[in-house]
Design a protein around this ligand. Structure first.
Ligand SMILES: [Mn+2]
Length: 335
């Protein structure tokens, strides 16, 4: 057994109460990983707690146990496990928690798959950050096998959710041969994938008013750069009216990316106080999302990223800045 695995084993052995931490951008992988670990620790007779600084989005609530995730660190814990994150940049909320100092002094394990990051979690005793794996869920599966933890159906289902989340249903380049092998083993353990998929779809359903609103967003989509760039602007009153029912980004962005010639799709939310947030998605072959976001002070992955502007900037100016930067980045790819 390698040194990291030994450390994980001993930290868990010596702790009774363990808090599992997700970053400020929970997704299928982070919550699936957290719920799987919760079950695995439970099986060992431990007392796991789930923490995430932000509310779990509705589209993830088909997972049993999402409502056990707390937005504050528990009173008592002996160790922590961070899942699907290894940068402090995505952990702003926990900074303000009064028990964060204690957490920093307690044994800490990091389980991730993002590879090299800035601002690593410097107080962690063990960091497993395996970029050859599809998801943190797949990393956890490997650790569980290596340490002979029993993978129950209740652990297997969230691991499958984690894998399917990050691989977009095994459709992107993150899904390698090992990922398919793990999927097969999870089905052997007893996960009912069709049933899991049905539950997911049920929770992704939209009210009729959102369906109609989607038509507005489609009509308002602005195209730039011979349709290589598409932007939808959402003002504050619509954020207030519709966001609680359905997040406008996922509502429209995948469809925009299916329009001929579109390489980059952006949803801009404009607030009355001048603040702007941007969700950027780009199509396969156009890995510019991360760089574009970084240019505007944000960050993210090559195909999914975002930024936030505090200062108010006229919309026309912002749109033309985005268009010219996108043009420059796409130019480099064309060469
Ligand atoms: Mn992930």
């Amino acid at each position: 057994m390698n040194e990291e695995l030994q450390k994980i084993e001993s930290i868990i052995r010596d702790a009774q109460s363990i808090v599992i931490v997700q970053a400020d951008n929970p997704d299928g992988d982070s919550i699936g990983s957290a719920l799987a670990l919760e079950e695995l620790l439970h099986q060992m007779g431990k007392t796991p707690h789930l923490y995430c600084g932000v509310t779990i989005p509705t589209y993830l609530r088909y997972l049993k146990g999402w409502d056990r995730v707390e937005s504050q660190l528990p009173d008592k814990f002996d160790a922590s496990i961070f899942v699907d994150v290894s940068t402090l940049t995505l952990l702003e909320k926990i900074n303000t928690d009064q028990r964060y100092k204690k957490l920093q002094k307690s044994p800490c394990i990091v389980i991730d798959h993002h590879g090299e990051v800035e601002q690593e979690i410097d107080f962690a005793e063990v960091i497993i950050n395996d970029a050859t794996k599809s998801s943190a869920g797949e990393v956890i599966y490997g650790i569980a096998k290596a340490l002979n933890w029993k993978i129950t159906p209740d652990a297997a289902e969230p691991i499958m959710t984690a894998i399917l989340g990050d691989t977009q249903g095994l459709s992107n380049e993150l899904a390698g041969p090992d990922t398919y092998r793990v999927m097969a083993e999870l089905i052997e353990v007893g996960v009912d994938r069709p049933q899991l998929e049905n539950r997911r779809r049920e929770y992704s359903k939209m009210p009729e008013i959102i369906y109609t609103y989607k038509a507005d967003l489609i009509k308002r989509t602005k195209f730039f750069l011979e349709n290589k760039l598409a932007i939808v602007v959402i003002p504050q009153n619509e954020i207030e009216d519709y966001s609680p029912l359905y997040n406008p980004g996922p509502l429209i962005q995948a469809d925009i990316l299916q329009v001929e010639n579109v390489a980059v799709a952006i949803v801009l939310k404009r607030y009355d106080d001048g603040k702007t947030t941007a969700a950027i998605r780009s199509n396969a072959g156009y890995k510019v999302a991360g760089e574009l976001a970084t240019y505007f002070g944000g960050g993210g992955h090559p195909f999914a990223a975002g930024f936030k502007l505090q200062d108010s900037i006229p919309l026309d100016k912002l749109l033309s800045d985005i268009a010219s930067k996108t043009d420059a980045l796409l130019e480099v790819i064309d060469d």
